[in-house]
Unconditional design. Structure first.
Ligand SMILES: NC(=O)c1ccc[n+]([C@@H]2O[C@H](COP(=O)([O-])OP(=O)(O)OC[C@H]3O[C@@H](n4cnc5c(N)ncnc54)[C@H](O)[C@@H]3O)[C@@H](O)[C@H]2O)c1
Length: 325
């Protein structure tokens, strides 16, 4: 099997590349390295079954050729991260909507199966918990750019369903909830690597808001297993699946857990008001818990890696010396 991964030099894409290579796939990656990094795939480059194409998904001729040569496509390329969404909403909307349109057109041209990465952000600020795939969604106003990411990913989902229903293209959509693990970086606003980086640097972790908001963190290697299982499941086609952990933890507790796992001095988390961390009017969700019964019932998938082990792997990846403490 030959897989094409867009965004394959990114955090999740690089783990997916590894997961597919471990299952004897040939893997081609298209990535423009905007938030991805050569280091993420450096260890894969010597593998003759791995190919890295340094290009944008907006380059139609590169995209078409790569899609033509693939048996299955995993579309992960996107403009991601709360900071990017607030600072460069034009890029977010253009990359996410036009990029997904281009890959769907190419997949349709060559009649290839395609899996599309979506996000729990889709559910917006809905208060129901946990979120199931067919729940209503509640997004804020278009004047708040924070919502452009969720809206752009929702358009991607609509477009993917349209290609599936109208043109019979084999499409599977997966909605990732907070996915964490080695290689994720804090620079774009991701909370767990930010905390790990702060504590390694000997500074208190900065918690935005009052820290009582909860999230569910799933190790990227568990998420990758779920994505690959979906790609092997014929009956998954034409539908959408939540992927994530169902175990909740408050952000304040997360900061304390990171401190405990890393050892050394105890830092009291520093509370930073949202208006200071982001633009005025920034809205965050109190909870975001997935209902994963749909993928569980279909494929038997369950997350297996404990959060403390993920934290320890992130810290090791960042060069933390546990013995020193
Ligand atoms: N990490 C999470 O918790 C999470 C949660 C929900 C959804 N997702 C989705 O998973 C996917 C991967 O996210 P990630 O966390 O690995 O982020 P990431 O930023 O590490 O990966 C995105 C990759 O896409 C690449 N890219 C961006 N624009 C491109 C373009 N025009 N052409 C080619 N490549 C381009 C980037 O360089 C990067 O390597 C995204 O679609 C994201 O929306 C992630």
């Amino acid at each position: 099997m030959r897989a094409l991964i867009t965004g394959g030099a990114g955090f999740i894409g690089s783990h997916l590349s590894e997961g597919l290579l471990n299952r004897d796939y040939q893997v081609s990656v298209i990535d423009n390295m905007s938030t991805g990094n050569l280091d993420n795939v450096k260890s894969l480059i010597p593998n003759p079954r791995f190919e890295l194409i340094n290009a944008s998904i907006h380059d139609e001729s590169v995209l078409n050729k790569a899609v033509r040569d693939a048996d299955v496509i995993f579309h992960l390329a996107a403009a991601v991260g709360v900071n990017l969404i607030v600072d460069d909403p034009v890029k977010v909307i253009e990359t996410n909507i036009l990029g997904t349109h281009s890959i769907l057109k190419a997949a349709n041209l060559y009649r290839k199966k395609i899996l599309i990465a979506s996000t729990s952000e889709i559910y917006g600020k809905g208060v129901k918990s946990p979120f199931s795939e067919y729940d209503d969604r509640l997004l804020g106003p278009t004047t708040t750019s924070r919502w452009s990411y969720a809206a752009s990913k929702a358009v991607d989902e609509f477009l993917a369903f349209a290609y599936n229903r109208q043109l019979d293209l084999p499409v599977i959509i997966f909605r990732l909830f907070n996915t964490v693990g080695p290689r994720q970086i804090g620079k774009y606003g991701m909370v767990l690597p930010r905390f790990v980086e702060s504590i390694i640097a000997g500074t208190p972790p900065q918690v935005y808001g009052d820290g009582k908001q909860t999230r569910c963190f799933c190790d990227v290697r568990d998420a990758v297993n779920a994505i690959i299982l979906l790609s092997h499941t014929e009956s998954a086609i034409g539908d959408v699946y939540n992927i994530g952990s169902e175990t909740e933890i408050s952000i304040h507790e997360l900061a304390k857990l990171v401190n405990k796992v890393l050892g050394g001095p105890i830092y009291e988390p520093e509370l930073i008001p949202y208006e200071q961390a982001y633009n005025p009017g920034f809205e965050d969700m109190l909870k975001r818990q997935p209902d994963t019964s749909k993928i569980r019932n279909l494929t038997g998938w369950e997350p297996e890696i404990a959060l403390k082990d993920t934290i320890s792997d992130i810290a090791s990846h960042l060069g933390h010396n546990f013995e020193k403490d």
